[in-house]
Design a protein around this ligand. Sequence first.
Ligand code: KG4
Ligand code: ZN
Length: 344
Amino acid sequence: MRVLGIETSCDETGVAIYDSELGLLGDALYSQVEMHARYGGVIPELASRDHIRKTLPMVQQLMEQTGTSASDIHGIAYTAGPGLIGALLVGASFGRSLAMAWNIPAIGVHHMEGHLLAPMLEANPPSFPFVALLVSGGHTQLVAVKGVGEYTLLGESLDDAAGEAFDKVAKMLGLAYPGGPRVAALATQGTPGRFVFPRPMINRPGLEFSFSGLKTAVRNTLIELGKQADFCEQDKADVALAFEEAVVQTLVIKCKRALQQTGLKTLIIAGGVSANQRLRAGLQEMVEAQRSQLFYAQPRFCTDNGAMIAYAGCQRLMAGQHESLAITAHARWPLESLPSVRAQ
Ligand code: KG4
Ligand code: ZN
């Protein structure tokens, strides 16, 4: 089965064609980052309008580049939530309508399921069951995964998501949006051990996260440093490193706990923050000590992209799932409410 995937949940227009036999045939991504950068964050209305401008020409270009005609495509997958409702509605209206015009089935994909399944696009994919750490701009969740659509939430952030914490700390450090990769780059210049921030909630049992206290600790440190006449770039790099280490260590401890609690031996990480090198290294060390394995997607499939939506949609369409003619999108959508693809 060959599926066209469309991602428009936030500030990236992603399109891809995935074939269940041949794998990923092609994908393209347009990032609106520059447009939103001057506002320090995503402006939803501008995002929706830009998706309207980009989606059709990007699909046309991808079909040309991959030599795909409409009759080669057997289904259309679009992100139906969670995300910015206006942005989601662009992809949903476009995808659902195109599927009707081409007389093929359409499927609305859960954005976090897309992220969760992105490591499946790699040459050496993980096998079920596994523990998934989902770390994006909007979510920090630990999920026990038995199969596609068989998700049990083990724990999540009570306040900020990990990516959101990176973005907010970036802003405090005077770095541009999106801050995650910039904080990580600055941290490489940091002096280890100069600052040590709290590791939130590691002493409490359970698999919940909280990053707002850490954010406050960073803010207070920066206020104190700012009062000093010799406040400089090195201070900022030292703060960035201490912040990144606190986030990474917190995530590593919770992932270890999730593996122990479930008895599972495979951990996958997905979502924008899973591109973080320090996180990958910290988790790699932990899984080796636990005699477990770690899987993640290549960096361009950690952040938002069309390939993960095409892949996830393909799994559901192959199981016979599809949408009615109604165009629906959900700003909020619990991952656990999704149906399994296994015949019940
Ligand atoms: O998954 P994603 O592209 O979008 C959402 O679904 O939210 O994740 C974006 C988030 C942003 O907060 C961004 O700062 C963060 O992922 N991010 C990173 C890195 N690359 C992206 N955070 C830390 N280190 C990175 N290398
Ligand atoms: Zn995402």
